[in-house]
Design a protein around this ligand. Structure first.
Ligand code: SF4
Length: 451
């Protein structure tokens, strides 16, 4: 339990760094938790939970974490937006509550009561569950998602933690050609497997990296291999400098229905500071190309970049004026593998920024949410959509509802059987992925067979 309790203390930033904290848990017919912070001790207790051993342990841990959070919150006077929740998706808890007979309109109250989640966040979760339940198909039997990973980008953003190769690096051209060929081969094998077993593709997502760095011909070949007309089909074109009218035509003709064009910020100075090699003008141009082609558009923005709250608000205003179908509001996460790993995560205006965005996109429906480690203010990422334009892939992946057949270097496939989730990772190294393609693909399909 120690790591979970430490995560709880870390949520309060530097407030308790030099304070001795002792947490003791005793279990009999009641669970008693005593939390000593400095010289003062607070006691908490509840009835001992019932159920199997794993479930009992889980509930005791949850109570201990919540007791610690309550003590630290009382002492510091700080009420965190997500209360005692760390390391678990809030929507997962909401679904667990529903499966135990909870009412859909009682989710917010349940999260506030059990985990001290602040009412604004608890209500978002309740609204998300409502949207998801309305948007998801009734029957997910035999449904799978197909994910295709293209780990190449035009440069590297400072906050990025994904393994992606820079297309400007020496030898990248050759690697990229070999990669597209290997990917097409893998997609063919995986699609045959799915067809032999009568699986139906619910959604396709081509992500990365920045898949739109591929040339028109490669995109065309890739889409031909996927050939999934009728399914929701997203193509990530994260960096505006990678899009052209020709590529958008190819996407449209190849069955793509949805595209992500992500400015992250509309402030050119911020973009330059973050190592993004495009300007806000590039973004507007790419956006207008995608909009003229009639594609459903998602735009990502990030709160907590090295810029002022006013800069962020101008970005939110600019995006709202475009009125895309989907907007994802991220909170900056300083991941260990990124160039920002050792920078100061404190962002005094982070709550002001996210609250502004939530208000600005108040006409949209929140439809998925996740939290990551080291996020500014311990906040969250929230996807907003206009009603009826939810990205089903974002919901099924976030809520782990259907298996994911993932192709490409560094991609992670997911098998779901009897509520148990298992993962299969392909090698991150592009050269190794190409060299071992046959053997690894065979292993992956055996993995899906449960072997
Ligand atoms: S575009 Fe995306 S994947 Fe590429 S470097 Fe930037 S954050 Fe990373």
């Amino acid at each position: 339990m120690e790591n979970d309790l430490l995560d709880e203390v870390r949520q309060f930033g530097a407030a308790f760094v030099d304070t001795p904290i002792d947490v003791r848990v005793e279990v009999s017919d009641r669970v008693r938790v005593s939390v000593t912070v400095g010289d003062g001790t607070r006691e908490f207790s509840c009835n001992a939970p019932q159920g199997d051993r794993t479930e009992v342990k889980r509930l005791i841990k949850r109570f201990a974490k919540h007791s610690l959070y309550t003590a630290l919150s009382d002492i510091s006077g700080v009420r965190l937006p997500w209360g005692s929740l760390t390391g678990i998706r809030p929507t997962k808890l909401a679904y667990a509550y529903l499966s135990e007979g909870g009412r859909a309109d009682g989710i917010a109250e349940y999260l506030s009561r059990t985990f001290s989640v602040r009412s604004d966040r608890a209500e978002i979760v309740q609204r998300i569950i409502e949207t998801q339940r309305r948007a998801l198909p009734d029957d997910l039997t035999g449904a799978v998602d197909l994910y295709i990973h293209v780990p190449f980008c035009n440069g590297r953003c400072d906050y990025c933690s994904f393994p992606s190769a820079d297309i400007n690096a020496k030898g990248a051209d050759r690697l990229l050609d070999g990669y597209t060929d290997a990917l097409i081969k893998e997609i063919g094998i995986v699609k045959r497997y799915m067809s032999d077993r009568g699986l139906r593709i619910l959604s396709v997502y081509i992500g990365g990296g920045t898949p739109s760095v591929l040339g028109e011909e490669d995109i065309s070949r890739l889409l031909e291999a996927v050939d999934c007309r009728g399914a929701e089909f997203t193509f990530e074109a994260g960096r505006a400098d990678s899009l052209t009218a020709g590529k958008i035509d190819v996407m449209k003709n190849g069955g793509v229905t949805r595209i992500c064009v992500n400015p992250q910020s509309l402030n050119d100075a911020t973009l330059a500071r973050m190592g993004r090699r495009h300007t806000s003008a590039d973004f507007y141009e790419a956006y207008s190309l995608a909009a003229s082609a009639g594609l459903s558009i998602n735009t990502d923005i990030i709160a907590g970049l090295d810029e002022s709250a006013e800069d962020f608000e101008r970005t939110a205003d600019g995006i709202a004026a475009l009125s895309p179908d989907n907007v994802t509001v991220h909170t900056l996460s300083r991941k260990r593998a990124s160039l920002l790993a050792d920078t100061d995560p404190y962002c005094p205006d982070i709550e002001r920024m996210t609250e502004y965005a939530f208000r600005r996109f108040g006409d949209y429906e929140p439809y998925y949410l996740y939290r990551q480690k080291n996020m500014a203010g311990n906040l969250e990422n929230v996807g907003f959509c206009k009603r009826g334009t939810e990205c089903i892939n974002n919901i099924t992946v976030m809520e782990e509802l259907v298996p994911v057949f993932a192709c490409g270097a560094g991609s992670i496939s997911k098998r779901i059987s009897g509520g148990v989730i298992a993962r299969y990772a392909s090698p991150k190294d592009v050269g190794l992925y190409i060299a071992e393609l046959d053997e690894r693909t065979e292993k992956k399909l055996l993995f899906f067979d449960g072997a």
